[in-house]
Design a binder for this molecule. Sequence first.
Ligand code: ZN
Length: 231
Amino acid sequence: MKLLAISPHLDDAAFSAGGLLASRVDQGWDVTVATCFTGNVAQPTGFALACQLDKGLGAEIDYMALRRDEDLVACQALGTRAIHLPFLEAPHRGYTSAKMLFAERLPDDRIVDKVSMALGEVLAAERPNLVLGPLCLGNHVDHHVVLDAIRRSCADHAVLLWEDWPYADRENRVAAMPAVIEHLTPETRVRRIAACAAYGSQLGFQFGGFKAMADRTEQIAEERFYEMSKD
Ligand SMILES: [Zn+2]
């Protein structure tokens, strides 16, 4: 059996579904994490550069190369393969403030067309039995782009959506019943923590550091997944 997790950013799949990914690997599934927004910009400026500097990474560092390397370590911890699609994150597409990342999509932002086409090619090559993607808790514009692209490209596939973490901690308003509940075992929880820990550049910003992430993960009993609505 093959599972394809479609992650907006380099961290979302492991953060949100690391336990399920690890347990499917243990059950013998072939699991791949395809991350959509992993493209480089040679010399970022403005808000895009600020997103790097505020994580303690100087302008001379190739931020996305660092994050792709983190993702490979995370995928190794989970036992999954990694695919990196070359699309640019929202700060490189005209979203010039933190507030804009969680607001309406810009009218001239047509990246969803390109992401849909690329996902179509990945699906044709991978032929997964199950696709995972983001439910879009937190309303990050890049997560919505990926969900729209999944709706367009995965109509013929079984799709389940994860509760985007850590947004799910702050915003618990999923009305639907979960289609799948993955109970975390001590083993899968350890793997989820190891995978999340690999994204060292993001831990301070997202959680307040490794310990806070690990402590919080220790308290998470289950991961919940939902059917994708057709609208
Ligand atoms: Zn994300």
